[in-house]
Design a protein around this ligand. Structure first.
Ligand SMILES: *[C@@H]1O[C@H](CO)[C@@H](O)[C@H](O)[C@H]1NC(C)=O
Ligand SMILES: *[C@@H]1O[C@H](CO)[C@@H](O)[C@H](O)[C@H]1NC(C)=O
Length: 225
């Protein structure tokens, strides 16, 4: 067909060019469609990815809120120096105390190194002792730290004893009991780093040498250093 009409091939380039051009355009548009489809798919994949990232972030945040370790809670229940009631004989004086440490966490255990208990009066140490061997405290468990200071662990001088007696005549002698320990949180099989814990329990005793009601069962502030 084309051989019998050589003229159109030469003189009329447009009919030949036109289909070619249209063919190019069709391929071009198909390419454009493919490209925009690819863009849309990659946008979708991107949004799905971002959505899951967001979801993981929210879940992690909620887990962190519910699993983050809370510091142990300390309460002072008993504290007495019976010798104060007698007025003399500080050489045989003894301090009895009972403090509890509670792990308030639902899923986190606490490892304690040996506990150090010290008693101060007017910011001066008057006695110290160490309690318990390192121990593990399970979730929601309470440990009683009870003991006494006397003899070598109680270092009261006669001068300080006279101050106690002077305070007693005013109605109360104020001490401070400090608990120091190094703890580690145990979350599942993961152990946290060591934290040095301090619990400060202010405590007052009355003229009879026993804890005053307003100090009994009080929560002691806890801080880390
Ligand atoms: C210490 O106090 C706690 C809480 O009141 C009590 O359950 C515990 O029996 C006391 N322990 C001693 C040895 O006094
Ligand atoms: C607390 O710890 C003690 C000693 O390990 C254990 O005998 C007791 O069952 C524990 N209590 C709870 C409520 O986990």
């Amino acid at each position: 067909m084309s051989s019998s009409y050589p003229l159109p091939t030469h003189a009329n380039p447009s009919p030949q060019n036109q289909p070619v051009k249209r063919h190019h355009s069709a391929r071009y548009y198909a390419h454009r469609v493919r490209e925009s489809l690819a863009t849309r798919v990659s946008k979708l994949v991107c949004s799905i990815f971002l959505f899951f990232l967001f979801l993981i972030g929210v879940i992690t945040f909620i887990l962190w809120l519910s699993l983050r370790p809370h510091r142990p809670r300390f309460h002072i229940h008993e504290f007495s120096i019976p010798a104060i009631a007698q007025g003399n004989g500080f050489e045989n004086a003894q301090i009895d105390f009972n403090v509890t440490a509670r792990n308030p966490n639902r899923a986190i255990g606490i490892f304690y190194d040996a506990m150090h208990i010290s008693v101060t009066y007017d910011d001066q140490g008057i006695g110290a002792t160490s309690l318990l061997y390192p121990f593990y405290q399970g979730p929601k468990n309470t440990t009683v730290l009870a003991g006494s200071l006397s003899g070598a662990t109680l270092t009261v001088t006669n001068q300080r004893w006279q101050q106690f007696l002077a305070d007693r005549s005013q109605g109360r002698v104020i001490f401070k009991l400090d608990v120091t320990s190094t703890i580690r949180f145990k979350i599942s099989s993961w152990d946290s780093k060591h934290h040095t814990l301090h619990a400060n329990c202010p405590v007052g005793v009355g003229p009879d040498g026993t804890i005053l009601p307003e100090y009994k069962d009080k929560r002691c502030p806890v801080y880390f250093s």
